[in-house]
Design a protein around this ligand. Structure first.
Ligand code: ATP
Ligand code: MG
Length: 694
C-alpha cells in the first residue's frame, strides 16, 4: 500500500490535467486513477485503485493488448492505441452518451524501487480534434468532390461545347442544305405558281367562253363565282347576283335541280317575265367527305333552240300534210277535169236551152272554183308547175298596189315604200301575185275597224358578219318584201298553225285556211323564206325573203286572144288511165278538128304506135298511170319515133322536174284541171314545132 500512497502523492498533481491517467502494475493492478478518469468513467479511484483493471475492463485481456502491455512492463518503447484502431481501452462516454474518441499513450515508467516497470496510460480525448479532422476531411472531400464535380462539369461543359460545336457545325451544314432545298423549293413553287396562274387564267378563259352559264355556290348556297352568261341567266331566272343565297330557281327549290356526280339531269324551266325564256338547268353537288362544300349550276338558254325545234317540227308537219294534200288533189283534179270539160262541151252545144245553159254554167263556175282550191293545195304542197322568169318586183309591186287600192276598204290606209334599188327575182309572177293577194286579204281581215297596211321593198345582204333574219337563210343578196298591218295580231297558239292548210280562225264560209298554206308553198318553191312578227293588239308583219336575181327582166309575152286554135285533122294519141278524162280530151280535140286515138295505159299506147306510128304526130299522155307511167312511155316513143311531139298531163308532176320532162322528150305540160283554151293552145303549139311534117 505504500506503493499506492507513494504513487498517489507522486501523481496527485496529475489530478488537475484534462488527460486520463492510470498507472498499472505488471499484474494490471491499478496503482493510480486520476480525477479525469473518475469523471470520464464514473468510477471513483477509491473503488478501483488496488484492483485489477481487467476486472473492470475484461476486453483488455485480449492478446492484441496483452503482448503490447507485456512490452511496456518490460520497459519497452511507448505505444499508442488509437480509439479508431483499438477501440476504447478505457471506454468513457461523454455527456451526450457517445463514446469519447481517445488516443491512449502507454509508457513504461520505472517502479518507485526501480525494480519493476509500471505502465502509465495517458488517455487523451480527441473527439473534438477528430471531429475537426473529420470536418476538414469532409471539407477536403467536399472540396475534392467539388473539384471533381467542377472537373466533371468542366469536362461535361467541354464535351457539351464540343457537342454543341459539332451540332452547330451539323446544323449549319443542315441549314445550308435546307437552304439549298428551300431555294429549289421556292424555285419549283415559283414555277408551279406561274403554271398555276396560267392554268387559272386558262380555266377562267374556258369558263368565260363556255356557251352555257356556270354558277358556283358555296356550301351555304351563296353565289361565289359565275361567268358572264351565268350572271345574266341567274339574274333572269332568280333576279339575284353574286353574293346572294340562292334557294329557288324560277319558283322551284334549288334541291330539285341537284344531282350527284357523275349524274347530270337537265330540267326545263320556262319563265314568262320579262318575256318568254326557256332554260335548261342542271345542278351538281360537290362533296368533301360528308359535307356539301359547294354546288355548280349550269344554266342553258334554250329559247332559240326550242323555237327552231318547233319551227322544224312545224315544217315537217307541213311537209307531211302537203304530201297528203297533193295526193287528194291529184284525184280531185281528174274528177274536176271531167266536170269542167263536160260542162264546157255542153256549153258549146248551141242547141242547149237557156235554162240548162245557166245551170251548166253554174257547174262550170263551181268546178273552176274547186279547181282554184286544188291549185292552192298544190301550191302549198309545191306540186304545181311554175312558169319561172325574171321578175322586177318594183314594177310588179307598183302594179299590184293599184289593184289592191280598188279592193281594200277606205278606212285602211295603204302605203307602198320601196327603197331605191334593183329588185329582180326569179319567179312565177302569177304565183307571186297570189302570195301578195293572200297576205293583203289577211291584213285587211285583221283590221275590221281600219288601220294601216304597208307594203315595202328593200334589199338585204346576208354575210358572215350578220345573222340572217331566218336561220336557214344562206349568204347572199335577198329581196325583202314586207306586208305589214296594224290589225289584231296573232296569238302564239294560232301562230304555230297559220301555215297549215285549212287552218282558219275565220267564220265558216269566210276563210278556207288555204291562203297562208299557199303562200308558204309558193315561197318555198321560190327558195325563199317567210318571217312573221306579230304582237297581239298591235299588228303583224309578214316579211318574204326571195333570192335576188340581178338580170334584166324579160319582155312580157303579149296576151293571146280568146279564139280557140283549130286543128287540121292531125292525128293525136291520147293516153289516159282515167276513162272520163280520156273521153273528155278525145271529144274536145275531135271538136277542134283533130283525129284522135286513145289508149288507157303505156303498153296499149306503144302497140297502137306500132300500127299507126307514122300517122301519129302528137301524143298527149297522163304522167301517173299503172304499169307504165307517162315518162317511161315518152322515152320509149322518142326512142322509136323521134319526130313525135309529146305533151304531158297531170294532176301534179310528182317528183318530176322540167329536166326530167325534157330528157324524156316532153315539150309541154298541161296541169289538170284545164280549160279547153289551154289544151287547144298547147296542141297547136306542139304541132307547130315541126311544120315540115304538116
Ligand atoms: N295579218 C294577219 N293578222 C292576224 N291574223 C292573221 C293574219 N294573217 C293570217 N292570220 C291568221 O291565220 C289564219 C290562217 O290564214 P290563212 O290565210 O291561211 O287562212 P284564212 O285567211 O283564214 O282563209 P283563206 O285565206 O283561205 O281565205 C287566219 O285565219 C288568221 O287567224
Ligand atoms: Mg287568208
Amino acid at each position: 500500500m505504500k506503493e499506492i500512497e507513494a504513487a498517489r502523492l507522486q501523481f496527485s498533481v496529475l489530478d488537475q490535467v484534462p488527460v486520463g491517467l492510470c498507472v498499472l502494475k505488471k499484474d494490471f493492478t491499478i496503482l493510480y486513477w486520476n480525477r479525469c478518469l473518475e469523471d470520464w468513467t464514473g468510477i471513483p479511484g477509491s473503488d478501483i485503485v488496488g484492483r485489477s483493471l481487467l476486472a473492470h475492463f475484461p476486453h483488455l485481456s485480449a492478446p492484441k493488448y496483452a503482448s503490447r502491455f507485456q512490452n511496456i512492463f518490460e520497459g519497452g518503447p511507448p505505444t499508442i492505441f488509437s480509439s479508431q484502431l483499438h477501440n476504447y481501452l478505457i471506454p468513457a462516454p461523454t455527456n451526450r452518451g457517445k463514446m469519447r474518441i481517445q488516443h491512449t499513450t502507454v509508457t513504461s515508467v520505472p517502479s518507485y524501487d526501480h525494480r519493476d516497470a509500471y505502465a502509465l496510460l495517458a488517455i487523451q480525448a480527441v473527439t473534438d480534434l477528430t471531429h475537426r479532422i473529420q470536418g476538414y476531411r469532409m471539407m477536403r472531400d467536399q472540396a475534392l468532390e467539388e473539384v471533381k464535380e467542377r472537373k466533371k462539369a468542366e469536362d461535361a461543359l467541354r464535351k457539351s461545347q464540343t457537342e454543341l460545336e459539332t451540332r452547330v457545325r451539323q446544323r449549319t451544314a443542315d441549314l445550308v442544305s435546307v437552304n439549298e432545298r428551300l431555294g429549289h423549293e421556292i424555285e419549283v413553287r415559283r414555277e408551279t405558281e406561274v403554271e398555276l396562274k396560267k392554268l387559272i387564267s386558262t380555266l377562267n378563259t374556258l369558263v368565260a367562253h363556255i356557251p352555257e352559264g356556270v354558277v358556283f355556290l358555296d356550301g351555304q348556297q351563296r353565289v361565289v363565282f359565275a361567268n358572264q352568261r351565268g350572271k345574266d341567266h341567274l339574274r333572269t331566272l332568280t333576279g339575284m347576283g353574286e353574293g346572294a343565297v340562292v334557294e329557288n330557281v324560277a319558283g322551284r327549290n334549288l334541291g330539285d335541280f341537284l344531282a350527284y356526280a357523275p349524274q347530270i339531269i337537265w330540267h326545263e324551266v320556262v319563265i314568262h317575265e320579262p318575256s318568254k325564256f326557256v332554260f335548261e338547268v342542271a345542278g351538281r353537288t360537290i362533296r368533301q367527305g360528308d359535307t356539301v362544300s359547294g354546288i355548280v349550276l349550269v344554266l342553258k338558254d334554250v329559247t332559240d333552240e326550242r323555237f327552231f325545234e318547233e319551227r322544224i317540227h312545224s315544217q315537217e308537219r307541213l311537209a307531211a300534210v302537203g304530201q297528203l294534200a297533193a295526193g287528194i288533189a291529184h284525184d280531185f283534179n281528174n274528177i274536176l277535169t271531167s266536170i269542167i270539160g263536160f260542162a264546157e262541151l255542153m256549153l258549146s252545144d248551141s242547141d242547149l236551152a237557156k235554162e240548162d245553159w245557166d245551170m251548166v254554167q253554174g257547174i262550170l263556175q263551181n268546178g273552176q272554183r274547186a279547181a282554184q282550191l286544188i291549185r292552192q293545195i298544190l301550191d302549198f304542197s309545191r306540186k304545181s308547175i311554175s312558169e319561172m322568169k325574171s321578175l322586177d318586183l318594183l314594177l310588179f309591186l307598183k302594179e299590184f298596189s293599184k289593184f289592191i287600192r280598188r279592193t281594200i276598204p277606205e278606212d285602211i290606209h295603204i302605203s307602198v315604200d320601196c327603197k331605191p334599188g334593183v329588185y329582180m327575182i326569179w319567179a312565177d309572177p302569177a304565183k307571186i301575185q297570189q302570195v301578195l293577194a293572200n297576205l293583203v286579204v289577211n291584213a285587211r281581215d285583221a283590221m275590221p275597224g281600219g288601220g294601216r297596211l304597208s307594203l315595202s321593198l328593200s334589199r338585204l345582204r346576208v354575210g358572215a358578219d350578220r345573222m340572217p333574219p331566218v336561220p336557214e337563210m344562206s349568204h347572199g343578196d335577198w329581196i325583202m318584201l314586207a306586208v305589214l298591218d296594224t290589225g289584231t295580231g296573232i296569238t302564239s297558239e294560232v301562230l304555230t298553225h297559220i301555215f297549215e292548210p285549212f287552218f282558219t280562225t275565220k267564220e265558216v264560209g269566210k276563210g278556207t285556211g288555204l291562203g297562208l298554206s299557199q303562200v308558204y308553198g309558193i315561197i318555198k318553191q321560190h327558195e325563199g323564206f317567210i318571217d312573221v312578227r306579230t304582237k297581239v293588239g298591235e299588228g303583224s308583219s309578214f316579211v318574204l325573203y326571195l333570192p335576188a336575181h340581178d338580170v334584166c327582166a324579160e319582155v312580157p309575152r303579149s296576151g293571146k286572144g280568146p279564139v280557140l286554135p283549130k286543128g287540121a285533122e292531125e292525128t293525136i294519141l291520147v293516153v289516159e288511165d282515167n276513162e272520163s278524162v280520156r273521153n273528155l280530151i278525145q271529144r274536145k280535140l275531135l271538136k277542134l278538128g283533130y283525129t284522135i286515138y286513145t289508149a288507157k295505159n303505156g303498153r296499149d299506147a306503144l302497140s297502137l304506135m306500132e300500127g299507126h306510128g307514122k300517122k301519129i304526130r302528137l301524143v298527149i299522155t297522163d304522167l301517173v298511170m299503172p304499169e307504165m307511167g307517162g315518162l317511161e312511155l315518152s322515152r320509149a316513143i322518142k326512142d322509136r319515133y323521134p319526130s313525135v311531139e309529146i305533151i304531158a298531163l297531170s294532176g301534179y308532176p310528182l317528183r318530176c322536174e322540167w329536166d326530167d320532162f325534157e330528157n324524156a322528150g316532153i315539150t309541154d305540160f298541161i296541169q289538170k284541171p284545164f280549160v279547153v283554151q289551154t289544151l287547144a293552145e298547147a296542141v297547136k303549139k306542139a304541132l307547130g314545132r315541126r311544120p315540115d311534117l304538116n
